[in-house]
Design a protein around this ligand. Sequence first.
Ligand SMILES: Nc1ncnc2c1ncn2[C@@H]1O[C@H](COP(=O)(O)OP(=O)(O)OP(=O)(O)O)[C@@H](O)[C@H]1O
Ligand SMILES: [Mg+2]
Length: 157
Amino acid sequence: MSESLFLPDEGATRMLGAALAAGIAPGRVIFLRGDLGTGKTTLVQGLLRALGFAGRVKSPTYSLVELYKLSSLNLYHFDFYRFEHRSEWVDSGFREYFSQDSACVVEWPERVAGLLAPPELELRLDFSGAGRQAQLTPHTAAGRDWLGAASKRWSQA
Ligand SMILES: Nc1ncnc2c1ncn2[C@@H]1O[C@H](COP(=O)(O)OP(=O)(O)OP(=O)(O)O)[C@@H](O)[C@H]1O
Ligand SMILES: [Mg+2]
C-alpha cells in the first residue's frame, strides 16, 4: 500500500509537501524519516507555504518544536534528533501536543520510538543520485485517504 516517488530536486520536495498539505487536519500526525539532509525540513517548508504560512520556516533542531498558528489549526513541527533522553519525555510535556486539537509533523520519530502512537502517514526520504526517493506509507484509514489525495495532487501538479 505504500507509494514511491522520485524527487529530482528541492522544488520537487517542496511540491510533495504542498501535495500533502490538504490532508493536514486537527489530530493528524505525519512522521518524516530519513538521514540528515535528505529534505525533511524542506518538505515541511512546502507544506506550510501551501497552508498559507508566509514567514520563515526554521528547523527546530535545537528548540525541538516550532508552533505554527495557522488560520485553520495549530501545527507543531518537531525535530527529535537531539532528544536523546527518553526519561525526559514526560517532563518535556510534548506528549500533550499530540492531541485532537492540532496537527503534528515529526522529524526523527526514531528518537521517540514507542512513545508515540503510529501516525496516520509516514514518509521516508532517501538519497538517490542528485535527488531523493520518497516512500509514503499509511498506517490508518485516514492515512490511506490522505495519501490518495496527495498522490492525485502530485500527479496533477
Ligand atoms: N529532492 C531533492 N533533491 C536534491 N536536494 C534536495 C532535495 N530535497 C531537499 N534537498 C536539499 O537537501 C538539503 C537538506 O535539506 P533539509 O534541511 O530539509 O534536510 P533534513 O532532512 O531536514 O535534515 P535534518 O535531518 O538535518 O533535519 C537542502 O539543501 C535541500 O535543498
Ligand atoms: Mg530537518
